[in-house]
Design a protein around this ligand. Structure first.
Ligand code: PHE
Length: 357
């Protein structure tokens, strides 16, 4: 039995592939194998002999079976290691772009704006594009017959016949996200909310779908001065220039008091838009101190909290920064336009590494 044991264990250790192992298995512990033949001999032994030999043969069979299994696993490991060596790939190598797509200027600018406001401590919030008229209007201090509803050129969603609840709307601005955020998280807060908005309007600087970025900062003593600083800081970082000139114009929004519209000095000379020079002004945002009624609608006590909000046109500032003269071209999906104004796909805007590359 010891001879059998040594012979098979050595052969198993030497086996170089699965087929050899299988042949050894059949030869040793298969039905007609040598160990099985020995087991059949048990029948011819005396009970005393059988009592000694039975367990020994069983132990030998087990030993051979586990040696077979161990060798099989070892061979599989070697095969896997070989395969991994052949299929090895350096994932840190830079990509090799072919027929590279580009990032749309709106996406690029959203990323840039988000990076700048993240650096100023603003988190990102979101809300739905199909909005109830309460969030889009009433909660923002625009009651049912307020003229501001008309000025917004609202798209209304259809209701089923006989359903006379007020219709949902395609949100006309990102301001409803202010209410949703206040309701969910309370005060204090510091957020921006980028996204799509919709108004029935179409010319060189207006499209029926466009993009805004809302900001809301609420604290115990936040003032217009903080608003002005944040906006100047933002514009310098965004336009990547040392000086930009902003003009605060007194204005009116139902949801802020006082309110101001902010224009940016620019030039259209030769059909080319440039920031920080020239005699033209481009309106880029509406802003103000959050109206007490709006705080109340968001569940925040206006006796304790105050803050500023603004809503900025993303497409507008994209046009300004990248000298794109016609807003309508943004949404034409003309490949030549996208290749010309698009951005490299693998570069992520960040303040340290450069916003626009
Ligand atoms: N929601 C306004 C608009 O779309 C902009 C705005 C936002 C104004 C926040 C003031 C405060 O025109």
């Amino acid at each position: 039995m010891d001879d059998l044991r040594d012979k098979y264990l050595a052969a198993i250790a030497d086996a170089g592939d699965e087929a050899t192992l299988e042949a050894l298995r059949v030869q040793a512990v298969g039905k007609k194998g040598e160990v099985s033949a020995k087991m059949r001999e048990l029948g011819r032994m005396t009970p005393e002999e059988r009592q000694v030999m039975g367990p020994k043969l069983n132990a030998l069979k087990d030993e051979i079976n586990s040696a077979l299994a161990a060798r099989k696993a070892a061979l599989a490991d070697v095969a896997l290691a070989e395969r991994l060596k052949g299929e090895w790939l350096d994932v840190t190598l830079p990509g090799r772009p072919r027929r590279e797509g580009t990032i749309h200027p709106v996406s690029q600018v959203m990323e840039e704006v988000t990076a700048i406001f993240a650096d100023l401590g603003f988190a990102v919030a979101e809300g739905p594009q199909i909005e109830s008229d309460w969030y889009n209007f009433d909660a923002l201090n625009i009651p049912a017959h307020h003229p501001a509803r008309g000025e917004m050129d609202t798209f209304y969603m259809a209701r089923a016949e006989g359903d006379d609840r007020p219709p949902h709307v395609l949100r006309t601005h990102t301001s409803p996200v202010q209410i949703r955020h206040m309701q969910e998280y309370g005060a204090p807060c510091r957020i921006i909310a980028p996204g799509r908005v919709y108004r029935a309007d179409y010319d060189q600087t207006h499209t029926p779908m466009f993009h805004q970025i809302e900001a809301l900062a609420i604290g115990r003593d936040i003032s217009m001065a903080n608003l002005k600083w944040v906006l100047e800081e933002f514009c310098r970082a965004f336009f990547e220039v040392d000086e930009v000139e902003l003009r605060f114009r007194a204005s009116h929004f139902p949801f802020t008091e006082p309110s101001a519209e902010v224009d940016l000095r620019c030039s259209w000379e030769g059909g080319q838009l440039k920031v920080g020079e020239g005699d033209d002004w481009m309106e880029i945002l509406g802003s103000g101190m959050v109206h007490p009624k709006v705080l109340e609608a968001g569940g925040i006590d206006p006796a304790e909290w105050q803050g500023f909000a603004f809503g900025m046109g993303i497409d507008r500032i994209a046009m300004l920064k990248y000298g794109i003269p016609d807003l309508r071209a943004f949404f034409d999906s003309d490949l030549r336009w996208l290749r010309h104004y698009g951005f490299r796909a693998l570069q992520v805007p960040e303040l340290a590494g450069g916003l626009s590359g």
